[in-house]
Structure formats: structure tokens, C-alpha cells
Design a protein around this ligand. Structure first.
Ligand code: OFO
Length: 178
């Protein structure tokens, strides 16, 4: 049985991960509207990962005899003033999520809930990667500044990110034909 305090924090973390999903889909919409389809693609790949993160906590709670209670999502941002602002938000959001994973790890240790350790350590590694990746893109965006060619090159590079197999956010995985 999962520790009660950890259960509550993990249940909240499902909301945080679903909000992350929503944020990245919103960013994808912003980029598509600006014809930066490579960056939009990167955000769609990221959104898919966030849904997987939410479901990892979802399954962990149920595997341990708990029941997930889904919480309301807050209204997320839908407009940005620049490409750089989007990447700044992305990097800061990942730092925020890292803080949440650290809080979960601290609770699991305080409550001696050792069964959750492998899951939380997977998330710590994941956050290391997500902060590092989004931080690097942000630095590259700062380097190119207002240079449109630089932005287009980065857009092309970010468009090469691979979707997880079968992602529902991959437009080639479904048909929109009527
Ligand atoms: Fe779930 O890692 Fe990003 O937010």
C-alpha cells in the first residue's frame, strides 16, 4: 500500500504532468501558426512524453492499491511574444517540474516508501535530460537572436526529433481523410 502523504503528492503530480502536456500542445499551436513546423513538431513529441509521465504515476498509484482522483487543470498560456519567450518558458517549466520530483523523492525518503524509489529515480534522470535539452535550445535561440536564418535552421533541426512509436500526436499515425 502506498504511503498516504506520498499518494497525495503523486496524485497532484499527475495534474502537473497533464498540465505539462497541455502547455506543450499550446506551444505547438503557437509554432504551427507561425509556420515553424519543426518547433511545433518538437513540442508535439514533448507533449506525448508528458502524457506518458502522467500515466507512469497513474499506474504506480493503482499498482499499489490507491485510486487516482483527477484534478482540474488551470488555464494555461496560449500566446507568446517571441520564439525566445516560448523556450524560456519551456526551460523554466522543466525546472519547476524537477522541483516537484525532488519534493516527491524527499517525501518518499521521509516516509520510508522505498517501493517508489525506482520510479522516482527514473523521473530524476528524465528531468536531468529535459532541463538539459530545453536549456540548450534556449541558449541557441539566444545566440541567433533576431537572425531569421538562424531561427529557420534551428526549426529544421528540432523538426528531426523522433516521435515515440504510435504517438497520437504524430499526424502520420492517423488519417484526417473523411
Ligand atoms: Fe514530465 O517532464 Fe517535462 O514537464
Amino acid at each position: 500500500m502506498i504511503n498516504e502523504r506520498l499518494y497525495k503528492a503523486m496524485n497532484e503530480q499527475i495534474r502537473n504532468e497533464l498540465e505539462s502536456y497541455y502547455i506543450y500542445v499550446s506551444m505547438a499551436a503557437y509554432f504551427h501558426a507561425r509556420n515553424l513546423d519543426g518547433m511545433a513538431h518538437w513540442m508535439r513529441c514533448q507533449a506525448h512524453e508528458e502524457m506518458i509521465h502522467a500515466m507512469k504515476f497513474f499506474d504506480h498509484i493503482h499498482d499499489r492499491g490507491g485510486k487516482v482522483v483527477l484534478m482540474n487543470l488551470k488555464q494555461i498560456k496560449t500566446e507568446w511574444t517571441s520564439v525566445r519567450e516560448v523556450w524560456q518558458d519551456t526551460y523554466e517549466h522543466e525546472q519547476f517540474i524537477t522541483g516537484k520530483i525532488n519534493e516527491l523523492t524527499a517525501i518518499s525518503r521521509e516516509e520510508k516508501d522505498y517501493t517508489s524509489e525506482p520510479l522516482l529515480s527514473w523521473f530524476s534522470n528524465e528531468q536531468l535530460e529535459e532541463e538539459s535539452t530545453s536549456g540548450k535550445v534556449l541558449e541557441q535561440i539566444k545566440m541567433v537572436g533576431d537572425n531569421q536564418t538562424g531561427i529557420l535552421l534551428l526549426d529544421r533541426e528540432l523538426g528531426a526529433r523522433a516521435f515515440s512509436p504510435g504517438s497520437p500526436l504524430d499526424p502520420t499515425a492517423y488519417s484526417v481523410a473523411t
